[in-house]
Design a protein around this ligand. Structure first.
Ligand code: AMP
Length: 398
């Protein structure tokens, strides 16, 4: 079990006010929430607190108003949407600090829920201003952090409040941290990491951290081309960061020293055009023509991945293995994701995935539902994969 404080550690909450940081930065169109996943994610925590007769004051950001009251970034419409999801009224309070908010919260009775206006309407939020944290802390008795996706930022509503009030992880945060601990903290070995996506440059720290922690690292997608180029293969007009071949070699050396196997494609799907259904062929690594680009891993590579998956006990996955948005270049991603999903379903694998396009890729493969945990927290998930301490998580450690 991961070492942080949970709601159960908070004791009797009857009549207390819990300030709860949630992620309500939901996609909207024409004033309506178009994907309510994040609203649903907050339910477990809100209901747990209501069952304990606490008053629940929800804190969230929406967009990037940068300290101004930008009307289009008000959380007001989200209060109504959350009330529908919760099946209970949600009072909207037009600010998140100050006497007015205190007065409004005093009108709530135990079990009531309120959503406070966008924390980023105040410039103090993003600089973790101690005065703002002090003022905000006056509004509640405890702080519950349920937004893992914001925990890589040291803001008032993620870190500042935790220094002022007894602080606990909410249910969604708890689920995320337990899954991450099972994947890289104290995982069942062997651990396989699959990292794909466009570029090495955006994932250097992540790759360096992984080779020191996992037993095997499969590299796919555009970033594999840089590693192939570093091994001396000609990659034609593929996406490739030729200036990072030294970095690729360094990562390979680090992996060797740490006893981590690097799995690179052994065959590739190439096309002359970057387009869906472009004419393509599968070929060996030394057969890529100058006018061709690698858009996916080949079927022999998928077979190697499937074998690695068969022996792995834990899988950490970030990034697609090819240009998965364009058929048929989604094939390696889909087949590997389905192989992993099947092993999870049979209880033979713990699989955690997240970051960037990963969720879309696994949904596309219809594999996401069987993974042990899918993180929807882009930046925070990647920083965690880089091995960086997340300030909003550190603040909850016991
Ligand atoms: P990232 O955000 O770094 O995880 O990258 C995801 C993007 O990488 C997706 O849009 C993929 O289409 C793209 N991608 C994956 N493999 C390739 C490839 N071989 N060539 C070009 N783009 C790729």
């Amino acid at each position: 079990m991961t070492d942080f404080r949970r709601i159960e550690d908070a004791g009797d909450l009857t009549g207390k006010t819990a300030l709860v940081r949630v992620d309500f930065n939901v996609p909207m169109a024409d004033g309506k929430v178009t994907d309510g996943t994040r609203l649903h994610a907050a339910l477990a925590t809100v209901n747990a607190l209501r069952e304990q007769n606490a008053r629940v004051a929800l804190l969230a950001h929406f967009g990037r108003p940068k300290g101004d009251r930008v009307p289009e970034m008000s959380l007001k419409p989200i209060a109504a949407a959350f009330a529908e999801v919760l099946g209970a009224p949600v009072t909207f309070i037009d600010d998140c600090v100050g006497g007015f908010v205190e007065d409004e919260l005093a009108k709530l009775v135990p079990g009531d829920v309120a959503l406070l206006e966008n924390t980023r309407y105040h410039a103090g939020e993003e600089i973790n201003d101690p005065d703002m944290a002090d003022q905000m802390a006056q509004l509640g008795d405890i702080f519950v952090s349920d937004a893992f996706s914001a925990s890589h930022r040291a803001h008032v509503s993620t870190v500042g409040l935790a220094t002022q009030l007894p602080a606990y992880a909410g249910k969604s945060m708890e689920r995320e941290l337990d899954a991450l601990e099972a994947a890289l903290g104290k995982p069942e070995r062997p651990v396989l990491a699959v990292v794909g996506g466009a570029k090495v440059s955006s994932k250097i720290e992540l790759l360096k951290n992984l080779v020191s922690k996992v037993d095997a690292l499969a590299i796919g997608g555009g970033m594999a081309n840089t590693f192939l180029a570093a091994r001396g293969y000609s990659v034609g007009k593929s996406l490739c960061e030729h200036d990072l071949t030294d970095t690729a070699r360094e990562i390979e050396r680090n992996a060797k020293a740490a006893g981590c196997d690097i799995l690179l494609p052994i065959d590739v799907v190439v096309a002359k055009d970057f387009a869906a259904n472009a004419a393509n062929r599968t070929c060996g690594l030394d057969e890529v023509a100058d006018n061709e680009m690698i858009l996916d891993a080949g079927i022999q590579t998928v077979a190697i991945l499937a074998t690695a998956l068969d022996t792995a006990k834990t899988l950490v996955w970030n990034g697609p293995l090819g240009a998965f948005e364009m058929e048929p270049f989604d094939r390696a991603t889909v087949l590997a994701a389905q192989a992993a999903a099947l092993r999870c379903k049979n209880g033979d694998l713990i699989a955690v995935a997240g970051g960037g396009d990963t969720v879309a890729a696994l949904n596309h493969a219809k594999a996401a539902g069987d993974f042990t945990h899918i993180s929807t927290a882009g930046g925070a998930f990647l920083e965690w994969m880089e091995g960086k301490p997340l300030p909003g998580v550190e603040a909850l450690k016991s």
